[in-house]
Design a protein around this ligand. Structure first.
Ligand code: APR
Length: 313
């Protein structure tokens, strides 16, 4: 029997993720959105591509959660993008309400699933979904590190004119601006990056990676990145469905690892059938630890804004 994956949010990221997973062929997909007929229309269109793409998997769209029952994995991309005049906190609290409502439905219909949030601000949303779900931490973890490292790997490959496949990059911390790339552990075919590139060049690529989401927004004008984000979350879903035990960066709830307790932060983890099976804890230099701590502090600030809003509600 095929696995079942639900993707909540049929916008750019959600629909592209559903398309990628459906095309892999080993999971049936349910696409959910609040907009009437949107997930139904997109999923029918994808289903009709199946004879050409060679996928026998099913894909359906729905505006309610009955159809999502007993999903193995649920990806949450539902949310709104920041609009002109909207503060960072407004966006945070709006997407908090959306992801909380989505989580309640997901948990009701798929009490044993693994949830992977993608909605931004990522780390805070993972924390919110983790807390609202009541699930153990191995069953709620978010995407971001795979995307950030994919961007970094792209820029390194381009610069060195080598295959993207040979580049292993390592990041810690929050998504985007807060990302902590460990260039010490970034390698090209096993060769440390600093043997192949000047430090200023590495710094320049790190800066471009940190602003990678913004660079796309500026080019697209309306909307944000979705091809690379959907590829990243698909790799994480695949690691779970195929029990690959992949070591990938993800946003996970830490319980003392790296000196951080009770907060969702980006760290390397092992992903397999059990979800986030292990936090990979490595020895960091004091400088790296300080950068990670500062990234965690930014997540903590957002968590406090959410806690205050919940207490006032
Ligand atoms: N339940 C289900 N779907 C919802 C809900 C809800 N409560 N609220 C909003 N949505 C849907 C919208 O109707 C829309 O179709 O979420 C979808 C979001 O799609 P887009 O606006 O196209 O946004 P997208 O580019 O897909 O990004 C989604 O992922 O990478 C992050 O920053 C990004 O937070 C954003 C999210």
């Amino acid at each position: 029997m095929r696995s079942k994956v639900t993707v909540v949010g049929a916008g750019n990221v959600g629909a592209t993720t559903a398309q990628r997973i459906h095309q892999l062929g080993y999971a049936d997909v349910v696409l959910v959105d609040v907009v009437e007929d949107l997930p139904q229309g997109k999923s029918l269109d994808m289903l009709e591509s199946a004879p050409v793409m060679g996928s026998d998997a099913k894909i359906t769209g729905s505006n309610s959660y009955e159809a999502t029952a007993d999903s193995d994995v649920v990806v949450i991309t539902a949310g709104i993008a920041r609009r002109p005049g909207m503060s960072r906190d407004d966006l945070l609290l709006t997407n908090m309400r959306i992801t909380s409502a989505v989580t309640a439905e997901v948990v009701k219909y798929s009490p044993n699933c693994i949830i992977m949030p993608v909605t931004n601000p990522l780390d805070a949303m993972v924390q919110n979904v983790f807390v609202s779900s009541g699930f153990p931490r191995n069953r709620v973890f978010g995407m971001a590190g795979v995307l950030d490292t994919a961007r970094f790997r792209t820029f390194i490959a381009e610069e060195l004119n080598v295959s993207v496949e040979d580049i292993q990059a390592f990041v810690l911390g929050g998504h985007g601006d807060d990302m902590v790339p460990l260039t010490r552990l970034t390698t090209v075919g096993g060769i440390p990056i600093n043997e192949l590139m000047a430090e200023e060049k590495i710094d320049q690529l790190v800066r471009r990676t940190r602003g990678g989401g913004g660079e796309i927004v500026e080019l697209l004008k309306a909307g944000s990145a979705y091809y690379a984000p959907s590829a990243a979350i698909t790799q994480m879903v695949e690691a779970v469905l195929l029990d690959k035990k992949r070591i990938l960066p993800a946003c996970a709830y830490l319980e003392g690892e790296y000196g951080i307790n009770g907060l969702c932060v980006g760290v390397p983890v092992k992903l397999g059938a059990g979800g986030m099976e292990q936090v990979m804890e490595i020895k960091l230099t004091s400088e790296e630890l300080a950068a990670l701590k500062s990234s965690a502090d930014s997540v903590q600030e957002l968590v406090e804004v959410m806690n205050k809003a919940r207490a006032e509600a």
